[in-house]
Write a protein that binds this ligand. Sequence first.
Ligand SMILES: O=C(O)C(=O)C[C@H](O)[C@@H](O)CO
Length: 254
Amino acid sequence: MIPFKERLAQGRPLIGLWQALANNYTADICARLGFDWLLFDGEHSPNTAQTLLGQLQAVERHGPEPIARVPANDPVIIKQYLDIGFRTLLVPMVDTAEQAAAAAAATRYPPDGIRGVASGTSRAAGFGLDPGYLNRAAEGLTVIVQIESREALANAGAIAATPGVDAVFVGPGDLAASMDHLGDAGHAQVQAAARQALEAIRAAGKPAGIFALSPDYARLCCTEGYAFVAAGTDIGLLVKGGKALIDAVREEQP
Ligand SMILES: O=C(O)C(=O)C[C@H](O)[C@@H](O)CO
């Protein structure tokens, strides 16, 4: 499968689904639904490298690009996620170009970065059966950093322009909190800030992504120039579908 960064450059907005259930079985189902990417959340979901490995194995034979969000901009965790086989990472809470550069360096082997080498025991390197992995690993990587604060918004252009950053993702929930609109990601000021981020990211020549708050908003984001849009979450589908079902049955009850 071609690297996600190359798919992002193809012009069609790529639609994703958040995987927050931390479950191989539901991930296997979601991978068959037609989404272009699936985001496996190591920041807000009860995931470990072990649970993420199971979800990656459950989906990687299907079409969607598996993207893992690391819990923090931590080179140790980034190394672990890459070694188990994720090749597209989302790094949250990146506020400055320096932090973006650190995230990129954590994904590269020396001399371009600081990623530790474990080819013989690394799933990504075929457990030593892919001797060429070390020298071509960077080609397949896609590094996405998240901007989701006032500070990050002010630095959006510099963050996006950082070498080694392939794309930038806007997190409206945390951006709202940072703008004193906690819980109100749909606030006009937050929406305006997201558009400001979009313009800065695109001006830097990088693809922009966002977490959409509804299907309608996801469609709007696709027309506004976002290259990848999260249209929802697995938990959201379960909760919304479950509530609709019980309400529908109860409504018909005598
Ligand atoms: O700030 C945001 O919004 C995001 O980063 C997305 C959320 O973390 C995701 O968990 C959906 O609620």
